[in-house]
Write a protein that binds this ligand. Structure first.
Ligand SMILES: Nc1ncnc2c1ncn2[C@@H]1O[C@H](COP(=O)(O)OP(=O)(O)OP(=O)(O)O)[C@@H](O)[C@H]1O
Ligand SMILES: Nc1nc2c(ncn2[C@@H]2O[C@H](COP(=O)(O)O)[C@@H](O)[C@H]2O)c(=O)[nH]1
Length: 192
């Protein structure tokens, strides 16, 4: 069995990465497995431990970093986020195409470690629309929204390091474009 692909879905907070990912949930053709990240952030209303994230403490997170348990990790607006390495390896060995939904510092680390990773950067139609989306989600207090928006402006400068850029104007269209990218890479992999 061929090892699965590694797909990085990155882009500023609130651009719609999670929204796009939901379009893939019932798509069996893509053989996708979502990598559940670890974070020290507190759960939002409705978030489930082990489904949305593995929620943990800073101490536990730092121990995992020390023990080399994370493929990548980053500090983002006061919290840590990271990708459990073993799980990614297990899923890829099972032939699953693993989707990482991560911010840009982590994406840079993965691109260095795994040059074959398919990196996709999601951009908003405008920065005004990005702000409207973060605010519209009502998941963060004003102070955190400001910090996330300030970070977003810098994150947009990293666009050149990605293989593909997809604008999330319409989430269904963005998901279809990403599906096309993944299917083409699966085809290329099959023919190797
Ligand atoms: N194309 C779109 N048009 C309008 N609203 C959208 C679109 N895509 C996503 N949204 C909305 O924008 C908000 C942010 O989307 P989402 O939570 O998916 O972003 P994200 O990139 O996953 O954020 P984070 O990185 O912070 O987890 C949500 O309320 C979502 O419903
Ligand atoms: N480098 C990593 N970034 C991650 C990971 N999991 C999620 N994220 C990104 O963090 C920000 C904030 O997430 P939120 O859930 O608090 O809104 C966002 O850009 C996520 O994509 C990870 O494992 N590593």
């Amino acid at each position: 069995m061929k090892r699965g692909l590694l797909i990085i879905l990155s882009g500023p907070s609130g651009v719609g990465k999670g929204t796009i990912r939901k379009y893939f949930e019932k798509n069996e053709r893509l053989r996708l497995a979502y990598s559940i990240s670890m974070t020290t952030r507190k759960p939002r209303a409705g978030e489930v431990d082990g489904k949305d994230y593995y929620f943990t403490t800073k101490e536990d997170f730092q121990n995992r970093v020390k023990n080399g348990e994370l493929l990548e990790y980053a500090e983002f607006v006061g919290n840590y986020y990271g990708t459990p390495l073993k799980e990614v390896e297990r899923l890829r060995d099972e032939g699953k195409n693993v989707l990482l939904e991560i911010e840009v510092q982590g994406a840079t680390q993965v691109q260095k470690k795994c040059p074959d990773a398919i990196s996709i950067f999601i951009i908003p139609p405008s920065m005004e629309e990005l702000e409207a989306r973060i605010r519209g989600r009502r998941s963060e207090p004003e102070e955190i929204i400001q910090q996330r928006l300030a970070k977003a402006a810098n994150e947009m400068k990293m666009i050149a390091q990605y293989k593909y850029i997809v604008c999330n104007d319409d989430p269904k269209l963005a998901a279809e474009l990403i599906e096309t990218i993944i299917l083409r890479h699966m085809e290329l992999e099959e023919n190797k």
